[in-house]
Ligand binder design. Structure first.
Ligand code: IYR
Length: 222
């Protein structure tokens, strides 16, 4: 098969080292303020904001630029209700036998349980789907590095949500296949994350967690 590559100029940004230092510090501080929230307000968020956030996510790099993702954006109260009911059913099993003692202990600081009201209260639920393969000219073509790609897009998504002044929870009801049934997704898609997005309640609280230090997460080789 032949193809013609086409390359176009890339407009690089230019900052002095001082500017770079400042920008990197400011951005670190800014993103470090992001927290996962479990208590959402029902205040609506415009669809146009959700669209921008999702297109930011879709600008993430991906294996062979296949962009192997679909973002389902759900504001329908009926669908949110169905998703909540199905998720709570699975989570009940998780909290009553499927999760190990160690796992339950690790979750104590978050005070979570099988109750997931945010799935109905948050104005939008975003279901991030992995596209395992795509059909090209009627042929099944597997995508590449699908988990890595969709993980990157989800990271972009969380930063875009934060930048818009909204909050989210990276939620993984397990198993998640009920989502594909409720949303009637095609066979080539698998669920990856369920992310409620919206405003927090008034005076929200989050667990007092510490992030690891640079020494714990970075190994330099100079
Ligand atoms: N899926 C369950 C349990 C849970 C698991 C992890 I790992 C968390 O970081 C938080 C919760 C739930 O959503 O309650």
């Amino acid at each position: 098969m032949s193809h013609t590559s086409q390359f176009i100029p890339f407009e690089a940004q230019h900052f002095s080292e001082q500017e770079m230092l400042e920008r990197s510090q400011v951005y670190y501080k800014y993103l470090n303020q992001r927290r996962s929230l479990r208590e959402f307000s029902d205040r609506p968020v415009p669809k146009s904001v959700i669209e921008n956030i999702l297109m930011t996510a879709s600008s993430a790099p991906s294996g062979a630029h296949k962009q192997p993702w679909t973002f389902c954006a759900i504001s329908s109260p009926e669908l949110k209700k169905q998703i909540r009911q199905a998720a709570e059913k699975e989570e009940f099993e998780n909290y009553h036998g499927r999760m190990s003692e160690d796992w339950l202990k690790d979750l104590e600081v978050f005070e979570t349980n099988e109750s997931k009201p945010f799935l109905e209260i948050a104005p939008w639920l975003i279901v991030v789907c992995r596209r395992i393969y795509d059909q090209e000219e009627g042929k099944k073509r597997n995508n590449y590095y699908v988990n890595e790609s969709v993980g990157l897009a989800s990271g972009f998504l969380l930063t875009a949500i934060h930048h818009a002044g909204l909050v989210a929870l990276t939620h993984t009801p397990s198993p998640m296949s009920f989502l594909m049934k409720i949303l009637d997704r095609p066979k080539n898609e698998k669920p990856f994350l369920l992310i409620p997005v919206g405003y927090p309640i008034e005076n929200p609280k989050v667990p007092a967690l510490q992030r690891k230090s640079s020494k714990e997460v970075i190994a330099y080789y100079e």
